[in-house]
Design a protein. Structure first.
Length: 337
């Protein structure tokens, strides 16, 4: 397979048409049951899927379902809100959507992807303990648990929502960035550069470091006859401490090259080892990865590369995990040929 095509195939993809939802966890008490059972759930166990579907078949589904809620839960002061949450859970949270759930005090969040459209009636347990009042479950593949320190402050407003289920599409970019640091969404590729040292860093140092990194990447692409350049890249910067620089563009190869150069200048991952039969075996480097490695090792433009390396070190730019993973998979595939 062509290596550039392989890079595209190995790049994680987030579908453009997926919706995002925050599902509350009763002050965090449902966080572990949801994560360990691979699901999300909503209460009001006396309201069944059959009732919801029957109400939906009427000309006034909200009113029909409201009458059921009022019948079985007369103590509820705002039955219309319950109806809204039940309909959202049943019909709007769909297979392929992303859900976010918070732990107690939002000390961490879990992000997952919904695996089915229709909920099932099933009891919810934590180990052997029954969690009462929650018998409507939708399966979720949990992808990441992130600590509060990793969460972008822009997400806090969402986490402070008190509704049982909240539509969260406006927060998608910060959720995406917690899942992957290199991914494709629609026609665009996104590379998130994690800057660990922002305190006291001068703006000139930050921007010069980014410009130098793009200059080195452009130079490699010219020498490798890759017809892409950094003029086609947009950027978003979150100057929190630590901060994230997000590069966005449709230049898939160049975006990968930028990430790979960070990895190379940070000192590794081009020559990887795996264990076979208890023995460390060094993977062979070929193709684009080998070209980047040789470019960084060459004497040409050593001063420019030295400047970039110094900037990476001063800003403590971390290796993009997805780039390292792709390099490893390409090396392993080459090694098996």
């Amino acid at each position: 397979m062509d290596e550039l095509e392989l890079i595209r195939q190995l790049t994680p993809e987030i579908p453009e048409d997926s919706d995002y939802w925050l599902v509350r966890t009763e002050g965090g008490t449902l966080f572990d049951p949801f994560v360990k059972n691979g699901c999300i759930s909503i209460g009001y166990p006396k309201i069944t899927l059959r009732m919801i579907k029957a109400a939906s078949d009427t000309s006034t589904p909200e009113e029909a379902l409201r009458s059921q809620v009022e019948k079985y839960y007369p103590e509820i002061e705002r039955p219309g809100l319950v109806v809204s949450q039940l309909l959202r859970f049943t019909y709007l949270i769909r297979q392929g959507d992303y859900v976010i759930i918070p732990s107690a005090s939002a000390e961490s969040i879990a992000i997952g992807r919904v695996l089915e459209d229709e909920f099932v009636h099933k009891r919810l347990y934590l180990e052997d303990k029954l969690i009462p009042n929650f018998n409507k479950l939708k399966s979720v593949k949990w992808m990441r648990v992130a600590s509060r320190q990793e969460i972008n402050p822009n997400l806090y407003r969402l986490l402070n929502s008190h509704q049982a289920i909240s539509f969260a599409n406006e927060y998608a970019m910060w959720v995406d960035g917690l899942l992957y640091d290199f991914f494709r969404k629609g026609p665009d590729y996104h590379l998130l550069i994690d800057v660990q040292e922002m305190k006291g860093v001068k703006a000139r140092t930050l921007f010069q470091g980014c410009l130098s990194l793009l200059d080195v990447s452009d130079k490699f692409c010219r020498e490798a006859r890759i017809k892409e350049n950094s003029d086609e890249i947009e950027t978003k910067i979150s100057l929190n401490s630590p901060g994230v620089i997000e590069l966005i563009g449709q230049v898939a190869t160049l975006m990968f090259v930028v990430g790979a150069i960070i990895v190379g200048l940070n000192g590794g991952a081009f020559r990887l080892t795996i264990r076979r039969l208890g023995i460390d075996v060094e993977l062979k480097t070929k193709g684009l990865i080998k070209s980047i490695s040789e470019f960084l090792d060459s004497a040409r433009d050593r001063e420019l590369k030295s400047v970039v390396r110094e900037k990476l070190e001063s800003l403590k730019m971390r290796n993009p995990n997805e780039i390292v993973s792709i390099i490893r998979q390409i090396n392993e595939e080459d090694d098996h040929e």
